[in-house]
Design a protein around this ligand. Structure first.
Ligand SMILES: [Zn+2]
Length: 454
């Protein structure tokens, strides 16, 4: 009885907290800034005393703790390059953090080596609370609140737990609870069609690229498919072209969020859908030029993020590896959070076989990620039936493993693809200078043609 009472009390408190937090984006700018500044000062104190990376630099006089009073002062602090998180991750972890109760996220290893980040419990709760913010947007766009039906299209083949964790590990997005139906990216078109037509979801979430792919395929085939009001996913996996086609040709709205392993949730698209509102009270975002100098509002540069709430792996001024521009111009939705427009997102195009089976990078990654010394993988689709798979590994002695990989990947594709394996050769860069997990060299040929159509 007592236990039940405690549980109810806890649930109610969580609900009240959630509703209160949901008002934050509408607070006056000064109040949002005060909250962010307070959190930054606390974080900086932890960094100075307990995080070797910062403590050493402070001791050498490279930075001064007293100069960091608020987020505006971040411009005076050095930038943490992505390499630091790859080469010396433990030096960015607070000695005070209770690692046994932290969650360790690993990046996919698609951008120059795997990076590990410890996230403390409190930070995870903040992140979950911010997940509830999205409910307002969903309600506005779908009109459904309590009886919301949703289907998720995700990567994996294990239990729900493993799936969520795997997704979080591989794509740098925190997992969110899945209600309603659940499908795998890998499952055949007909199965997806049946589940979606049975559940008739308001929202289809998950790997946005795979969701987009399904509805465009249905559109092209003239299939009788239930159309959700909204597709929800992360910036990863869907290009502006695909989004436009979904909204115009299929009449389905697309709203994305911007997240990363290092900073968890960074921004979200509101009902208006123009740019990402930055979660300003849990992360600070700045734009700098290639020399690390702060750029004026509206100018495009490197996206630098400070996670204000994670006290385990402490990241102050972390170079996120993306490019974008910021604006403080008011949004018609009424939220005061400033907005970010990403120039080059971590777009991961879907992989296809000549018979139009769809695969996600993460599914291929699953085949190799546990290999000895595995560090990173890049897939280059040279032609519709030939992939070059580049793998970086610290271990050059396990030749049997190397031989196995190509075979395993070929089997996944139903032996429709010939896989050429390149061990420890340098990764290739996109035209924009970014190291992408997947590069498609034959986007003018079927089955990739659709991605470039508009
Ligand atoms: Zn807005």
């Amino acid at each position: 009885m007592n236990n039940r009472f405690t549980q109810t009390a806890r649930r109610m408190r969580a609900r009240v907290n959630g509703s209160w937090e949901a008002t934050v984006p509408f607070w006056p700018k000064a109040a949002i800034r005060r909250r962010a500044d307070r959190r930054l000062r606390h974080l900086a104190r932890i960094a100075a005393q307990h995080v070797p990376f910062y403590r050493d630099r402070l001791a050498r006089g490279e930075m001064h703790i007293t100069e960091l009073r608020g987020t505006v002062d971040l411009a005076g602090w050095p930038i943490v390059p992505p390499d630091a998180l790859r080469d010396e991750p433990e030096r960015l972890v607070s000695e005070q953090a209770d690692l046994a109760h932290c969650v360790r996220f690993l990046s996919s290893g698609s951008t120059g080596g795997r990076k590990s980040v410890y996230v403390d419990h409190k930070s995870l709760i903040h992140n979950a609370v911010y997940g509830t913010l999205g409910k307002w947007v969903i309600f506005k766009l779908t009109g459904a609140l309590f009886r919301l039906r949703s289907v998720a299209i995700i990567v994996g083949d294990g239990t729900l737990d493993e799936l969520g964790q795997m997704y979080a590990d591989a794509f740098g997005t925190p997992r969110s609870p899945v209600q309603g139906g659940q499908l795998e990216v890998f499952s055949p078109f007909e199965e997806k069609l049946e589940v979606i037509n049975t559940i008739k979801p308001h929202v289809v979430a998950g790997v946005a690229g795979a969701v987009a792919d399904f509805f465009l395929e249905a559109h092209d085939r003239g299939a009788d498919v239930h159309r959700p009001k909204l597709i929800k996913g992360t910036a990863e996996g869907i290009s502006p072209r695909l989004r436009q086609r979904l909204e115009n040709d299929c009449g389905i709205l697309v709203r994305l969020s911007y997240a990363s392993v290092e900073s968890l949730k960074i921004g979200f698209q509101c009902e208006v859908g123009d740019g990402y509102h930055i979660h300003e009270d849990v992360c600070a975002v700045r734009i700098v030029d290639d020399d690390g100098q702060e750029l004026p509002e509206g100018e495009t540069g490197r996206v630098i993020v400070t996670n204000l709430v994670n006290h385990a792996t402490v990241l102050i001024n972390y170079d996120q590896g993306d490019r974008g521009r910021l604006s403080t111009a008011p949004c018609p939705c009424g939220r005061r959070f400033k907005r970010l427009w990403l120039e080059e997102t971590r777009e991961t195009p879907m992989l296809r076989t000549p018979t139009r089976q769809v695969l996600h990078y993460g599914e291929v990654l699953r085949q190799v990620i546990d290999g000895p010394g595995f560090e990173a993988m890049q897939i280059i689709v040279e032609s519709p039936d030939r992939w070059r798979v580049l793998i970086h590994t610290e271990d050059n002695t396990h030749h049997t493993w190397h031989d196995e990989i190509a075979e395993r990947i070929e089997r996944m594709t139903g032996d429709e693809i010939h896989v050429e394996l390149n061990m420890n050769t340098p990764f290739e860069y996109s035209a924009g200078g970014k190291q992408l997990p997947v590069i498609i060299r034959c986007s003018d040929q079927p089955p990739y043609l659709r991605d470039s159509e508009c």
